[in-house]
Ligand binder design. Sequence first.
Ligand code: PRX
Length: 638
Amino acid sequence: MSYPYQIKTLDAYKKAYEESVNNPEKFWAAVAENFVWRKKWDKVLSWDFKDYNVKWFEGAKLNITENCLDRHLEKNGNTPAIIWESNNPEEPHRVLTYKELHFKVMQFANVLKNNGVKKGDRVCIYMSMIPELAIAVLACARIGAIHSVIFGGFSAKAIADRLDDAKAEFIVTSDGGYRGAKNIPLKSVIDDALVENKTVKRVIVFTRTRTPVSMIKGRDVWWEDEIKKVEAQGNPDFPAVEMDAEDILFILYTSGSTGKPKGVVHTTAGYMIWANYTFVNVFQYQQGQVHFCTADIGWITGHSYIVYGPLSAGATSLMFEGIPTYPDAGRFWDVVDKHKVNILYTAPTAIRSLMGFGLEYVNGKNLSSLQVLGSVGEPINEEAWQWLYKNIGKEKIPIVDTWWQTETGGIMISNLAGVTPQKPSYATLPLPGVQLVLVDEKGDEIKDSHVQGNLCIKAPWLGIIRTTYGDHERCKQTYFSTYKNLYFTGDGSYRDKDGNYRITGRVDDVLNVSGHRIGTAEVENAINMHAGVIESAVVGYPHDIKGQGIYAYVIFDNTHGDPNLSKQDIIQTVSRIIGAIAKPDKIQFVPGLPKTRSGKIMRRILRKIAEGDTNNLGDTSALLDPSVVDVIKEGKIK
Ligand code: PRX
């Protein structure tokens, strides 16, 4: 494939940026010419941020899998589309060429069809990182069904809520999944999630771990048996279903400031082009390269940079089932060495954890294939950046620090590898089409440099969230009501004199733990479910490896047993309600919480105490009972 829209110089970047802002319709129509359409668009863009409505390529017809699979078959049919590396280094890796992936996606699309899945139906996918996860995602896209992938670490209760919200009728899962030394009983978690469910009609189960599972008659079927039926039908073809540009491609749940996760909706054409355009430009992808994104497909990073971005570009996408520290802390480097990885896209938390194990796990590994390194998910601190640059990149290759969100569909701010300047701990410059503004508390734009403000965006880009599933009002309220006519990211940012952006973190009640987004309200709700808990307040605090840790202040009714055991019980409760990723790192039992006279918890004070900054608590005179602050300070968990 060729990518005429790939930006190759700093001047070309400046020119593209200018054009994308001055004449977005012309700019993106030219990019869109490089994709496969059943019918071209009538109008490139219509939008309104007030009632929130965005349409890209209205009237166009396409199917994303024709862009990710079919169009590569003739020239690149034998190119590996997916290289899969097992959790277990002894297990042989798997390679699926574009031809093979295309075949398997059509086969599974037939399975979906035989099981009653139609265009527009919601299919929840709860699997570990095996090729069948990507196959299931693409088969949904081929049939026009809406996929909603749920990360394998979420609990039954969290899945049940998401199934209800999406009114999902189908689930694709596996018996179990390997992650490091753990074997996660995925099907059993699904069974628990389905206890009170009223919408799911069919569960398709792939065999990965041979963990014993209960298969419910009339509801559960084995993936392998269903494939055999398709083989027996004799015709493996499954022509892609024609979709409107704005038909929903997927729902992905993410946390916000309220207790209920929201279903971020992405549609077909705009998302596809944004995932592809950002992949090709940020990583400066060259044909034949192997791209290794270490995220899980359960998160947006995996959607855009394991599946849709690389495959739409005809790249080889490396999919890794395991974790960076299993069987030892050299695993990433073994994978890079073994598969001659060219682009490695990972998270600061992984880097920081590997730094702690020392260079003995890096030394001796051949990393000479690497050409680009990337970071995503949270601010990358200077120390981690330098470690990566020096020890992995050998001071020779660029690092892209990519800022974006589930809601943005693809990368928004980043240097372009080797093309635009990099600056440690800065995501640097916006991509074409991304019009950033910093605003002050009142919502007034701050135009100067050397300034800090709340990060907003003033016009739609291709991959912008279209709605929150089933509740458009919530989408409007969350993103478009804080500041007039602006999309509010929820992040704070600093801008330097050259226009480079340095993201300083969330300014709302959302935590970023190991690059995962977790709402404090969600964790509080989960803690409050525990029988002995009267009230709780959750804040983040700086954590050496995770970026942020979770600190919970809990008012506990002591008649409910041994306080130390109760802390374990609370942790267990959070695991049950959300999943292990939301477990508090520290729990402090407190007699009361610092509240204003109107009953609002002053989180600022709790945050400061959790950060260890107890001498600068600011004005506490507005509190109903200022003395509670001293008690909390004294009991702070080290
Ligand atoms: O706070 C920002 C942080 O992650 C948030 C988005 O989280 P999520 O929707 O889960 O998507 C993560 C992967 C795209 C943002 O609001 N974030 C993401 N990337 C960066 C970042 N913070 C600083 N620098 C980044 N490169």
